[in-house]
Design a protein around this ligand. Structure first.
Ligand SMILES: [Zn+2]
Ligand SMILES: [Zn+2]
Length: 373
């Protein structure tokens, strides 16, 4: 038995599909038959060659992809439940962390598994056993003892796919930033992360949610996800005017939490100016290297500002992401986050189109497309 893996040989180029043998499943491991994989903003950065520091000067047989879900194809000996203790059987739909905290270091010990400096990522070189190490392929090999969660029956694959990246990241980040009921939140960027942030903030009980983006259709979607106010970069063309607008909407004080989901360094000083005294700035968007910003440290000190940056998340966030989705399926239009679906054999077209959409609209925005197996 073999399965396909999408392999990239030149940045910005075509993927080629290669067949590899489906591995035996060792005790404690799980073989997942993938059904969906997302094209995330960071996947576009990798594809374009903007992450060469991590992925190498040229992509030697590169495989990647980290947002996914699928069905248990085979359970290794001894696996009877998911990480919540729910019974797990072959055929069950699952999602899981795409990184592997070591569980044996001071950072893991302090309950920050997502920050583990020794966390492992599966091999990105095609042909490395157990062959199915990333999201763009027919299978995924989950190492023994990994965090895995059954997807609730009510939550479709399309809605579940971004849960192990965008949604978990947002839940974790907003919790660390201290967002609470009654707070005001400013969301910079209404892409996949930003829309999830709006829904999570509403669920948490935020009083006022303000979203900033350039595209009218994204702002309309942000309102459908529960935003109270949307500010358009096309209308408010300077940072001063946008900061002023946020101040006006917050009684002159500024927001309790401002979150960057854009990943373009100019938005950070602008967002910092939108904070109330004692507020928290959450930085999530900057993934590609070189996002340097400058800001007056005295203003941070006088404003008692808290700066919180998050990459990855602790395993509880994925479990909460799934219960959040089940609880809010009818409340928010999650099915509208993924705009385009491509079969695995047309993955190159999926990337080209996601890239084109991102460039057409705004270099600051994030497109959402997904691959079906
Ligand atoms: Zn992602
Ligand atoms: Zn660790």
């Amino acid at each position: 038995m073999t399965g396909r893996v999408a392999v990239l040989r030149a940045y910005g180029g075509e993927f080629e599909l290669r067949e590899y043998p489906v591995p035996e499943v060792e005790p404690g491991a799980i073989l997942v038959r993938l059904t969906r994989a997302g094209i995330c903003g960071s996947d576009l950065h990798i594809w374009r060659g903007e992450m060469k520091e991590v992925y190498g000067a040229s992509p030697r047989d590169l495989t990647f992809g980290h947002e996914m879900c699928g069905r248990v194809e085979r359970l290794g000996a001894g696996v009877t439940t998911d990480s919540r203790g729910q019974p797990l059987s072959e055929g069950d739909r699952v999602t899981y962390l795409y990184f592997f905290p070591c569980g044996r270091c001071p950072v893991c010990l302090h309950d920050e598994l997502g920050s583990c400096p020794r966390k492992a990522r599966p091999s990105r070189v095609a042909g490395t056993p157990p062959y199915f190490n990333n999201a763009y392929g027919d299978y995924y090999y989950l190492r023994p003892g990994h965090f895995v969660f059954r997807i609730p029956d009510e939550v479709s694959d399309d809605v579940a796919t971004p849960s192990n990246c965008a949604l978990s990241q947002v839940l974790y980040g907003l919790r660390r930033a201290g967002l609470r009921a009654g707070h005001t939140l400013v969301v910079q960027g209404a892409g996949g992360l930003g829309l999830n942030a709006v829904a999570v903030a509403r669920d948490v009980g935020a009083e006022t949610i303000i979203v900033i983006d350039r595209l009218a259709e994204r702002l309309a979607l942000a309102r459908a996800f529960g935003a109270d106010h949307t500010l358009s970069l096309a209308e408010l063309t300077t940072a001063d005017r946008r900061v002023e607008a946020v101040k006006e909407l917050t009684g002159g004080f500024g927001a309790d939490v401002v979150a960057d989901f854009v990943g373009y360094p100019d938005v950070i000083p602008e967002g910092l100016r939108m904070l109330r005294s004692g507020g928290a700035y959450l930085e999530v968007g900057s993934i590609a290297p070189g996002n340097v910003f400058s800001y007056d440290a005295t203003a941070l000190v006088r404003g008692n500002a808290r700066l919180v940056a998050t990459a990855n998340y602790s395993p509880w966030a994925l479990e909460q992401a799934l219960s959040f989705l089940r609880r809010n399926l009818r409340r928010f239009p999650f099915e509208r986050i993924v705009s385009h679906l491509f079969p695995l054999e047309r993955i190159s077209e999926g990337f080209r189109q996601a890239d084109w959409r991102e460039r057409q609209s705004d270099p600051l925005s994030v497109s959402r497309a997904a691959i079906t197996m």
